[in-house]
Ligand binder design. Structure first.
Ligand code: C2O
Ligand code: CU
Ligand code: CU
Length: 535
């Protein structure tokens, strides 16, 4: 097996392999033979903006109680959530689109649960037997001997025992289900759930299998933040639609291996709608935002230059609110923020990511009273000192030139998914993971089961490391920005940069995964098993 790193840029790869770069102009004028690709794209200019009100996913209700798995004398809430295929209208003027979702909703219904109150969830695979998106049978775990339709649900950010974590190999076919135990022994935070089946996660999530999971605690109750109808999930993702308003998933020109390394789609979807609007009052609102895209990094801003008052990161509150003009959110990351419309009565404000319009806020004229508040300090967070770490791991994010020449594969530490475990921290030990990114792209790196803090980022010389295996830094050490000073489970590891995180491996011993949250990468080797060892 050759193990060479190549300097890699997504754009170069796409250009060289004849794939589209921005939008799908290339494939529209040069459609491939496959059915899906042959259909051309919906012209978004023909779709009126801000025609549909922003929907909010329904809040899930338990379907009863079941005995606590470790303590059968007590009973805990039980939820039954079927993954199903159905049709939905992404826009008033578009035909219904076939999608997959949980409990006939995409985004799936929101869990609103309390810290310290465990629940059981039966995730039912009630999907049809065939997939409507292009499976690549050459990818790990997706060989044609496997059923096309497989699911396994992961609670992203959850401190969950391994057998309930949604390990990528723990998938099951349609007609089957799995019941998972979520202890909810962690702080108030914006978790989310999504499919994690080996080799087809990107397709299952693109089809619509994701939703929010809000975990609340007493600390949050005491904050007097906007709540009820003034607290709104914003689940954003990008999608392509064909002219029949059906989901379009881009493929490579190689019919046997349709996988592509990643893509940016041209339509932004918020809570399941294209170009929605939200009527708001001139007061404060709290938004719980998630980037559920396969591969698009968001750079979000408002047309009126209004600031996001960010109060939380992936796994809980920041020490204090941070005002952010341009919010960078990678796939898998969450941001909890306040928007204050008090001084914007009568305005229409657009939220965009780069040049993609996401949605519009329409602020009413009527003066209202707002009894919510934004405290000057939120949750204090002890920074984990570097001296607490018993181990530092150097872990590379790179790209391997496969012998056939293409498609190229992104790898963690030069290792494939099915190679033996190399990361094996002890339960309750603290480690520093230094992520050396040899590519030009940002890879959002996610660890299951734990929370971490970002230590710093610093540029380094890849060539020097190839030659001698030593890190040669260039330039200054950059501490994390203020809105990264909270608990994280996904970190943006930028190209040519060493990103250091510090983690205490609390929770449960057993097997988890860590991976890039660009789903195309995760599905094709940029994911590794890791073990938390019993001490
Ligand atoms: Cu959000 Cu391993 O996933
Ligand atoms: Cu996760
Ligand atoms: Cu990646």
């Amino acid at each position: 097996m050759t193990k060479t790193f190549l300097p890699f840029t997504r754009r170069e790869f796409l250009r060289n392999s004849g794939l589209l770069v921005a939008g799908l102009a290339a494939s529209q004028s040069n459609p491939h033979k496959t059915g899906v690709v042959g259909r051309s794209l919906l012209d978004l200019n023909s779709v009126p903006q801000f025609a549909d009100p922003l929907p909010t996913p329904p809040v899930l209700k338990p379907s009863g109680t079941r005995p606590h798995p470790d303590n059968p004398k007590s009973s805990i809430p039980f939820y039954r959530v079927p993954a199903q295929q159905f049709e939905t209208k992404f826009h008033r003027d578009l035909k219904p689109t076939r999608i997959w979702g949980y409990a006939k909703s995409s985004p799936g219904p929101t869990f609103d649960v309390r810290s310290g109150e465990p629940i059981l969830v039966e995730w039912v695979n009630a999907l049809p037997k065939s997939h409507f998106l292009p499976i690549d049978h050459t990818i790990h775990g997706a060989d044609s001997a496997k059923p096309d339709v497989r699911i396994v649900t992961h609670l992203h950010g959850g401190k969950v025992p391994p057998k309930s974590d949604g390990y990528p190999d723990d998938w099951y076919p349609s007609g089957k289900s799995a019941t998972y135990f979520y202890p909810n022994q962690q702080d108030s935070s914006t978790l989310w759930y999504h499919d994690h089946a080996l080799g087809i996660t990107r397709l299952n999530v693109y089809a619509g299998l994701f939703g929010s999971y809000f975990l609340r605690d007493k600390f949050e109750d005491g904050l007097n933040l906007p709540r009820g109808k003034y607290e709104i999930p914003l689940i954003l993702c990008d999608r392509f639609f064909d002219r029949d308003a059906q989901l379009f998933y881009p493929v490579s020109p190689d019919e046997k291996s349709p996988w592509i390394p990643d893509f940016f789609a041209n339509a932004m979807i918020v809570n399941g709608k294209l170009f929605p609007f939200l009527d708001v009052e001139p007061r404060k609102y709290r938004f719980r935002m998630l980037n559920a895209s396969n591969g698009r990094l968001f750079h979000l801003s408002f047309s009126n230059k209004q600031e996001f008052l960010q109060i939380g990161t992936d796994l809980g509150f920041l020490p204090a609110a941070v005002s952010v003009k341009l919010l960078a959110l990678a796939p898998g990351e969450r941001a909890d923020f306040i928007l204050d419309f008090t001084d914007h009565a009568g305005e229409q404000i657009t939220l965009s990511s780069d040049s993609l319009i996401a949605m519009q806020f329409r602020v009413s004229q009527t003066k209202v009273s707002d009894s919510s508040s934004l405290p000057s300090t939120l949750r204090s967070i002890d920074r984990t000192p570097e001296s607490a770490a018993v181990n530092t791991r150097i872990l590379t994010l790179g790209e391997k030139d496969d012998m056939a020449g293409n498609p190229q594969t992104m790898l963690l530490n030069n290792a494939h998914w099915d190679m033996p475990v190399t990361e094996n921290p002890k339960l309750d030990s603290v480690e520093i993971w230094s992520l050396l990114n040899f590519t030009d792209d940002t890879h959002p790196i996610h660890l299951h089961g734990v929370r971490f803090q970002v230590l710093d980022r610093r540029n380094f010389e890849p060539e020097y490391y190839y030659k001698g295996g030593q890190i040669k830094y260039i330039g200054p050490t950059n501490p994390p920005p203020a809105n990264e000073l909270g608990w994280k489970d996904t970190v943006q590891a930028h190209g040519g940069t060493v990103t250091r995180i510090i983690t205490k491996f609390e929770g449960y011993p057993g097997r988890y995964v860590w991976h890039c949250h660009l789903l195309e990468h995760e599905d094709n080797e940029m994911m590794r098993p890791y073990d938390i060892l019993s001490p």
